[in-house]
Write a protein of this length. Structure first.
Length: 72
C-alpha cells in the first residue's frame, strides 16, 4: 500500500497550475488538428464509389480537402 508521501500521490493532490491547464488545452487542440489532417487525407484517397457508399459527393470531398486543418 502506498504511503501518503508517495510522490505520485503528492503530485495528484497538488493544485493544477495555469501553465498545466494551458498545456492541456494546447494538447487537445493539437490532437484535434492532427485528427482533421488524418481524416481529410483519408477522405482524399477514396474513389467515387466509396464516397457514394458513405454519402459524400466528390464536390463535397474536394471542398473539405481545401480547408486548412484548423478549420472545422
Amino acid at each position: 500500500m502506498p504511503s501518503l508521501n508517495d510522490p505520485g500521490l503528492v503530485a495528484a493532490r497538488r493544485p493544477v497550475s495555469g501553465h498545466s491547464r494551458l498545456l492541456d488545452r494546447v494538447s487537445v487542440v493539437l490532437s484535434l488538428w492532427h485528427r482533421r489532417m488524418r481524416t481529410r487525407r483519408s477522405l482524399s484517397r477514396l474513389d467515387d464509389h466509396l464516397l457514394q457508399d458513405i454519402g459524400i459527393d466528390p464536390v463535397t470531398r474536394d471542398r473539405e480537402m481545401r480547408k486548412p486543418f484548423w478549420r472545422p
